[in-house]
Each structure stands twice: as structure tokens, then as C-alpha cells.
Design a protein around this ligand. Structure first.
Ligand code: NAD
Length: 441
């Protein structure tokens, strides 16, 4: 089978690489010429463990190609996946202009039956709009070509995307025809042989499932962060509380880590978009509005702790930051808590020195010359007045505390990800602040 993936970002590249890995003939399309030129040279625009090897291997086998020419890519293709971005509009709703542009491109160029599958995260009703946009182009051409639409939201996690795609918890597919169901069943067969289920449903339910899933995860994070903030006030320890509640099988241990808020390209925009969808139907999603509000405040909890420690004056203080990406194993900084924290630190007159194992190039796009970038985590500490941990990269988990102590001007650590044991750090002579434990006592 020959398939086309339109949009060669995180989702498109992982989807394309994984389908080609199981022997399917894949063409990835993007409008970004520079990205496609680089991909054709084997240069991968994002950091995702295992992705580069898989792309290069399948390119060499001739099963994976890259182009900016969608008309050419569509030759003999039976299925096309839309995996372009759906960034938030000014009012929080998902901007569908890229998705609908692809639908129109399909309408302009198809010659035979095509199944158009929306993999981008899109609000309820989008597949109907995709269908309409494509049909309008066929009508303009005055041709009668059969096509189907389907919804197949993507649940991969950046940093573990390949594994998530190859061994998914589930694959959700919304269809409205048997032909579409059969095609997607056979396409996904290699990934479901070991019992990973494909859940078929109607298109609207599939579109809703993606938003409900991300909103649930964001809710867990804001919930535990609120409980953490209260723990600090009442003298409880969030780590103990987490273990205590997580051992209830109805609650579970996962996704209950207190920190400095969720970020990334999905949770913030998907929560916003679902709130907007609800309001369009005159329904007020109160829980999700609170989730968003808590998250916005949580991104500043660490900054506030730094300000308190230095009695409200950090002018000229040098702040060392470990970690800038929104989570480990990715260079993605979209909506990362580091963006809010750095902005506030700079506005308060502090000098920022930062290290991240992967995201430095990405950080340069965001901060330019306003902060300094270090090659190594210990280099950030030279002459620094404190250390703040913003991302829980594994390499930050067991630092040489003697070196950290020696290099810092003031031995104080602000741990936004609760990666250290408070007692151990304090026994090494540091003042230590984290989330959800009152360590000032
Ligand atoms: P991205 O920004 O990394 O990539 C999108 C790509 O689409 C870009 O390369 C862009 O140039 C290209 N593009 C835009 N318009 C185009 C057009 N008309 N024709 C061809 N290419 C076009 O986005 P992403 O992170 O891969 O996300 C894509 C979608 O998948 C979004 O809806 C997102 O919400 C969803 N999603 C993302 C993740 C994730 O972890 N990144 C996970 C699940 C779902």
C-alpha cells in the first residue's frame, strides 16, 4: 500500500517513519522547502530518540521519501494522513487553516479514490469540514471522484514517540464507511498483532476522545499541583501524599507528580480548544477553566520562591537554570514553564545562565542573546547565586553535590521537579526548596 503523510513535524515524521518501518511505501509532504531539503539529506529537524536512525534506514530501503509536491505524492496513494499543526487561534480555538488547506490540495489533485485521515488534533466537526473543502474542489474541477474521510487522533508522547507508535496503548479510529474501516484495519495490522487494540467508533466520538484524553491528563497535573501547594501550607509532604493516593487502583500512580505546570505543544492548546468548543455549544467547562488557571499560576511558583528567598530583590543576581525543554527527552519548548520563568527573572533584573542537554538551539530562538547558554550543567553554577531545576533530565538527578556546593555563591537549590530528597540535599549544606513540601522549617 502507498500512503502520504502531509505535515512533517513531530507527528508526521514519526508516523511516516513507523509505517515505512513495517514495509509500507510512505511519502512525507511539507510546505517548508528547507525542512524537506534537509530531510532528503538525512538531516532530521527535531530531536526524538530513535527517529533519525529509523528515517535514514527506511530512506535507504526506498520506502520513505520526502517532497513538497503533494500532487506528485498523491500518485497511486490510497490513504493520506493530515498531520499539520493546529495552533491556537487568538480566541483559543484550534486554527484549522492548515488542515483545510491540505483538504483543498487533495481535492485539486486526486485522480482516484482516496481515504483522507485526520491525525492532527482537531475539534469536533472538523472531518465534516475536511469533507466539504475537498468536495468543493472536486466540484470546481467538475469531476466525480470517490473519497472517504476518517479521524485517527494521535496519542504519541514526545520523547517516547517511536515506542508509543509501534506499541500503542490503543489506536482510536473514527470512520463512516466500511471501505475506510477495512483500509485502516489493514494499515494498522502490524501494530496490533501483539494485542494493542484498534477502537473503531464514529468520527465525532474519535475527535472528542483526543481532547478528552489530553484534558484528563492536564487535569491530573493541575490537581496534584493544587494539592502540593496546600501540602506546603499545612505542613504535609506531597511525595508521601502522592504515594498514599496513587496506591488506590482507581487513582493510579501515573501522572501525579507535582511540579511547575504542564507545557508543550498539546495540553495547553487542547485544553483551551475544548473550552472553546464547549462555549460554542453554550456549555461552560468549569473544571477545565480551573485546570488552566491553576497551571498558569503554577508556572510561576518557582520564580516566587526565588523572589521570597532573596527578599524580593534579584536585580543583578545570577540564576543558574538546569533544563529548558517542557519535559525530558525532547527539545520542544512550546509553552514550556521555562519561558515564563526566564521572562520573569529577566524582568526582575536577574542574569540567567542556562544548560539543557538538547534544547539549547531551540532556546536560542526564544531567548536570543538575553540569557547565556552553557555547554555543561556545572558551568552554569560558576558565580551563580542559586540553582533552579526546570526539567527533570536524568543527568540532573545525581549531581556531584560537592562541586555544586563549591561553585555556587549561595548554596541554594530551587527544585521545580522534586527530583531530590529534601533531607539529603539539606544535609549536604544547601537551602532547598521544592514543590509541595515546606522545606523552610
Ligand atoms: P509541527 O508543528 O511539529 O509540524 C507541523 C508541520 O506541518 C510543519 O512542518 C509545517 O510546515 C507543516 N505544514 C503546515 N501546513 C502545511 C500544508 N498545507 N502542507 C504541508 N505541510 C504543512 O506539529 P506536530 O507537533 O507534529 O503536531 C501536528 C498535529 O498533531 C497537531 O494538531 C498536534 O496537536 C497533534 N499532536 C501532536 C503531538 C505532539 O506530541 N507533538 C501529539 C499528538 C498530536
Amino acid at each position: 500500500m502507498k500512503i502520504v503523510i502531509v505535515g512533517s513535524g513531530y507527528v508526521g515524521l514519526v508516523t511516516g517513519a513507523c509505517f515505512s518501518e513495517v514495509g509500507i511505501d510512505v511519502t512525507c509532504v511539507d510546505i517548508d522547502h528547507n525542512k524537506i531539503d534537509n530531510l532528503n539529506k538525512g538531516i532530521i529537524p527535531i530531536y526524538e530518540p530513535g527517529l533519525e536512525d529509523m528515517i535514514v534506514r527506511n530512506m535507504k530501503k526506498g520506502r520513505l521519501g520526502f517532497t513538497t509536491n503533494i500532487a506528485e505524492a498523491l500518485q497511486d496513494a490510497e490513504v493520506l494522513f493530515i498531520s499539520v499543526g493546529t495552533p491556537p487561534d487568538e480566541d483559543g480555538s484550534a486554527d484549522l487553516k492548515y488542515v483545510l488547506a491540505v483538504a483543498r490540495d487533495c481535492g485539486k489533485h486526486i485522480k482516484d479514490y482516496l481515504l483522507v485521515v485526520t491525525k492532527s488534533t482537531v475539534p469536533v466537526g472538523t472531518s465534516a469540514k475536511v469533507k466539504q473543502a475537498l468536495q468543493e474542489e472536486l466540484d470546481k474541477r467538475n469531476v466525480n471522484i470517490e473519497f472517504d474521510v476518517a479521524s485517527n487522533p494521535e496519542f504519541l508522547k514526545e520523547g517516547a514517540a517511536i515506542d508509543d507508535f509501534l506499541k500503542p496503548d490503543r489506536i482510536v479510529v473514527g470512520i463512516e464507511s466500511e471501505r475506510a474501516e477495512d483500509l485502516l484495519k489493514s494499515l494498522y495490522k502490524p501494530f496490533t498483532l501483539n494485542g494493542h487494540p484498534v477502537i473503531f467508533m464514529d468520527i465525532v466520538s474519535a475527535e472528542m476522545t483526543k481532547y478528552a484524553a489530553n484534558s484528563m491528563l492536564a487535569t491530573k497535573i493541575s490537581f496534584i499541583n493544587e494539592i502540593a501547594n496546600l501540602c506546603e501550607i499545612v505542613g504535609a509532604d506531597i511525595n508521601k501524599v502522592r504515594k498514599g493516593i496513587g496506591s488506590d487502583s482507581r487513582i493510579g500512580q501515573k501522572f501525579l507528580y507535582a511540579g511547575i505546570g504542564y507545557g508543550g505543544s498539546c495540553f495547553p492548546k487542547d485544553v483551551q480548544a475544548l473550552i472553546k468548543t464547549a462555549s460554542e455549544y453554550n456549555y461552560d467547562l468549569r473544571v477545565l477553566k480551573a485546570v488552566e488557571e491553576v497551571n498558569k499560576d503554577q508556572k510561576l511558583v518557582l520564580f516566587n520562591k526565588i523572589m521570597n528567598y532573596f527578599k524580593g530583590d534579584i536585580e543583578g543576581k545570577i540564576i543558574a537554570l538546569w533544563g529548558l525543554s517542557f519535559k525530558p527527552q525532547t527539545d520542544d519548548m512550546r509553552e514550556a514553564p521555562s519561558l515564563s520563568i526566564v521572562k520573569n527573572l529577566l524582568e526582575a533584573g536577574a542574569i540567567v545562565k542556562a544548560y539543557d542537554p538538547i534544547a539549547i538551539n531551540e532556546a536560542k530562538h526564544h531567548f536570543g542573546g538575553t540569557i547565556s547558554y552553557c555547554e555543561d550543567q556545572y558551568e552554569t553554577l560558576i558565580d551563580a547565586d542559586c540553582l533552579a531545576i526546570l526539567t527533570e533530565w536524568p543527568e540532573f538527578k545525581f549531581p556531584n553535590l560537592k562541586i555544586v556546593y563549591k561553585l555556587l555563591n549561595t548554596p541554594v537549590i530551587f527544585d521545580g521537579r522534586n527530583i531530590y530528597d529534601a533531607d539529603e540535599i539539606r544535609e549536604s549544606g544547601f537551602d532547598y526548596f521544592c514543590i509541595g513540601i515546606d522545606t523552610a522549617k
